[in-house]
Design a protein around this ligand. Structure first.
Ligand code: URA
Length: 242
């Protein structure tokens, strides 16, 4: 591809600005200055440098974030801090967006990407990609609740959810559970518990499809996916056809 296209895609400026940078000798390919910004390079086999910094070209980026509480799952907002605001400037040029939404007070696994096709597949209601949540619940969660969820529970607006799988980890006045759901209705987990008379006081997503949140990521931290994780994610869209 053309050197100026590669560098402008990566956020190093307009083609005009890159032309100037090349002329100034700031851009090197395989260690040699390239003054002509229309030169062709192969980003897979050649090393492109700008101001001595190696440019890691990729068309798509896939970021796993442990979303913290207090930020919203959006790309921009005039009032609230968004998950995209938490990213380093090096990601800005990619124009990533969050794949689906977590509530402002929900933590955990959020994927950010600029790969619209994959995002669409993961979010498609037809695909039923499972989402696993950990939650703390005010009140005693019972096996009966599990039975209700496994048949599908009717929410406040009359919608009956798909069957979901409840695992009780701690049963008491405050309970801890894991819940796997196969869709993503608005406030779904909270509303499912409301439907059985209980309140979610803490919610964290721990997996989406086959992709599991890296436990080493503190809330607010993120990293790009490893190749194997991306394969897992791609396999997720074929995971269930419930
Ligand atoms: N269910 C909810 O209630 N909130 C979330 O953020 C995700 C699932």
């Amino acid at each position: 591809m053309r050197l100026d296209k590669l560098l402008s895609n990566m956020g190093y400026g307009s083609r005009k600005e890159i032309k100037k940078l090349c002329k100034s000798g700031a851009v090197k390919v395989d260690g040699k200055p390239v003054k002509d910004s229309s030169a062709h390079v192969d980003p897979d086999t050649q090393e492109v440098e700008i101001f001595g910094e190696i440019v890691r070209y990729r068309e798509f980026v896939y970021v796993m974030m442990n979303k913290p509480q207090g930020v919203i799952s959006a790309t921009e907002d005039i009032v609230e801090e968004t998950v995209v605001d938490l990213l380093d400037p090096e990601f800005f040029a990619f124009e990533v967006f969050p794949v689906g939404r977590l509530d402002k007070d929900t933590e955990g696994l959020l994927l950010l990407t600029n790969d619209g096709k994959l995002a669409h597949e993961l979010l498609s209601p037809r695909k039923h990609v499972p989402k696993r949540y950990f939650a703390r619940i005010e009140g005693r969660v019972t096996e009966e609740d599990g039975k209700v969820f496994s048949k599908g529970v009717t929410l406040d607006d009359g919608y009956k959810t798909l069957p979901a799988e409840l695992t009780i980890l701690v049963q008491g006045n405050v309970s801890e559970i894991e819940l796997v759901i196969y869709e993503g209705k608005y406030h779904q987990v909270k509303r499912m518990f409301e439907a059985v008379g209980k309140k979610v006081t803490y919610l964290k997503r721990i997996a989406m499809g086959r992709l599991v949140l890296d436990e080493n990521l503190e809330p607010g931290e993120y990293r790009e996916l490893a190749e194997e994780e991306l394969d897992l994610l791609r396999a997720s869209e074929r995971m269930t056809e419930k």
